[in-house]
Design a protein around this ligand. Structure first.
Ligand code: UD1
Ligand code: MG
Length: 500
């Protein structure tokens, strides 16, 4: 396999950078990943490996502790693997030019593939620690499970925290979907698939999960606010929580979530550390939300645990290893980036989020953590749906004189008319776009690209790349905090209860 190394020309990049690459910023070998392998970092890694094994083989057989142990191990393996594999990725063509730097250095791309492989391997090894063993007590052979243990008798003592085999199908289906996403993500990084086509890649990858959900569980009930339930069922009195069966729309909704989450992370991108940083923040907030459900039951030793505990435990088991591999990736992707994450990473992380939202039945909460991605998607829509021209790259443009990033622009060959003229003028008036007009005719000649990053730059003025990344991640933290508070204050007020 040998793919050409993508060298993005200035006009393709839509930011007027010179066509020829002039070499790396610093005098390092192209594609190499500088790393610090000091004695102290080696000792630290060994300490982490020791801790991880102690947690994995904890005396309580507690899957949560084992998962933390596996995640620590995944962090160490990813941290060690990225600098080792980086040059090999460049050699086979998985490399990209850092367009935010003066000399546009060539660095390894598709490092999300390393994260995804470590993540999936971790999850495979975790299976025996999560599910009951020896459920079959009697068999006539040939794979028949004539008599199995009644798991309700196991819901005591140590085994309380283990999952029954009925959950194994959805767990494996989720892993299969993630594996499909990895393959399709690598294919995208390799072939640079057109935007309109790659939008559908997550829809293919999520099929195993949706189909197993259909045959294994098939519940299509959603909670609705009591006032809506009363409107839909006039005159009917019920003491049960208000729920509505939405049938096949539930599957369409799952598909939409699976398409939205990966793609929305992939298009809120283009500056060092943003793809991995936003995913890390979303994952930490998901974990925090899970902890609100899990910890009271564990600390107080409630039996049976609160009803939503199991769903949030499953979410925790998927999110913890993602946090680990993402933290390791971010170390190398932070400004000045030594590697790029690639579309593989954006799809993979987005698919983990979609899956925990679907399997944990809290996709509305997940959407509250994706407010910047939703805003960026809605704001981008005119370019994504080709109402306004969309250049191949919309990432901010480097001003080589000042070293600061400025909003990138789209230049119109012919004067905008009709719907695009209306949109440009309206958004320009409310300062959501920065328009450039012909001084004589007042015809619009160019506009800032329709992305949240460019909008922030329009408002703040030029920023250095790392400062811009901090501002964008600050917005992500702020939105997630508001989302979490809204979930546990406004939502109970509207739905009449919180399922904590
Ligand atoms: C999406 C965006 C595109 C944006 C790109 C940046 C849409 C429809 N597409 O495209 O506008 O320019 O992401 O990731 O919104 N790069 C950097 N610095 C970074 C990250 C990326 O210079 O910190 C450049 C590198 O040349 C890298 C390339 O972007 O090789 C990766 O682009 P790719 O992920 O293939 O772009 P898309 O996801 O298709
Ligand atoms: Mg991308």
């Amino acid at each position: 396999m040998s793919a050409p190394i993508p060298v993005l020309a200035g006009d393709e990049a839509g930011n007027g950078l010179p066509k020829e690459s002039t070499g790396p910023d610093k005098p390092v070998q192209e594609g190499a990943v500088p790393t610090t392998s000091s004695l102290s970092s080696k000792v630290w890694s060994l300490f982490l490996v020791g801790t991880s094994f102690a947690l994995i083989f904890n005396a309580e057989y507690d899957p949560l502790l084992a998962c933390i142990g596996f995640s620590v191990l995944a962090y160490v393996i990813t941290s060690v693997s990225i600098p080792i594999l980086g040059p090999d990725f460049v050699r086979v063509g998985f490399a990209g030019r850092d367009l935010g730097k003066k000399h546009r250095p060539l660095i390894p791309e598709t490092m999300g593939a390393v994260c995804a492989v470590v993540y999936l391997t971790t999850m495979f090894f975790f299976i025996p620690f999560l599910f009951y063993k020896f459920l079959v007590t009697e068999t006539s052979g040939g794979g028949n499970r004539d008599q199995v243990l009644d798991t309700s008798t196991l819901h005591k003592g140590r085994s309380l925290r283990m999952f029954p085999h009925s959950k194994l199908a959805e767990f494996l289906a989720a892993l299969l979907s993630l594996f499909s996403m990895l393959v399709l993500g690598v294919a995208d990084d390799l072939f640079d698939i057109r935007w309109r086509n790659k939008l559908l890649l997550p829809a293919i990858a999520v099929l195993p999960l949706i189909l197993v959900y259909y045959i294994d569980f098939g519940v299509t009930l959603v909670a609705v606010p009591p006032f809506l339930w009363k409107m839909l069922n006039p005159g009917v009195e019920s003491s049960l929580p208000p729920i509505v069966d939405v049938g096949m729309f539930y599957y369409i909704y799952m598909l939409a979530m699976a398409i939205f989450c990966p793609n929305s992370i992939n298009i809120l991108a283009g500056i060092n550390g943003l793809e991995a940083g936003q995913s890390l923040i979303i994952a930490i907030f998901l974990l925090f939300n899970d902890a609100l459900y899990i910890m009271p039951g564990r600390i107080l030793g409630l039996h049976p645990p609160p009803p939503a505990t199991e769903a949030h435990l499953l979410s925790t088991y998927f999110v913890l290893p993602l946090i680990a591999v993402t933290a390791a990736l971010l170390k190398y992707n932070w400004y000045p980036a030594r590697v790029f994450v690639g579309d593989t990473y954006c799809y993979f992380a987005g698919m983990v989020f979609a899956q925990v939202g679907i399997l944990g039945h809290f996709s509305k909460t997940l959407l509250l953590f994706l407010i910047p991605q939703i805003i960026n998607f809605i704001y981008s829509a005119p370019q994504l749906f080709k109402i306004v021209d969309c250049p191949r790259h919309r990432l901010p443009k480097l001003n080589t004189e000042t070293g600061l990033l400025e909003p990138s622009r789209v230049y119109f060959e012919s004067p905008p008319r009709g719907l695009d003229l209306f949109l440009l003028t309206a958004l320009g008036k409310v300062k959501l776009l920065n328009l450039e007009r012909d001084p004589d005719t007042r015809v619009i000649r160019s506009s800032s690209n329709f992305t949240l990053i460019n909008l922030v730059l329009t408002w703040t003025g030029p920023l250095r790349e790392d400062k811009l990344a901090v501002v964008m991640l600050g917005i992500q933290i702020g939105c997630c905090t508001v989302g979490l508070i809204a979930r546990h204050t406004l939502a109970p007020a509207i739905f009449g209860r919180d399922n904590l």
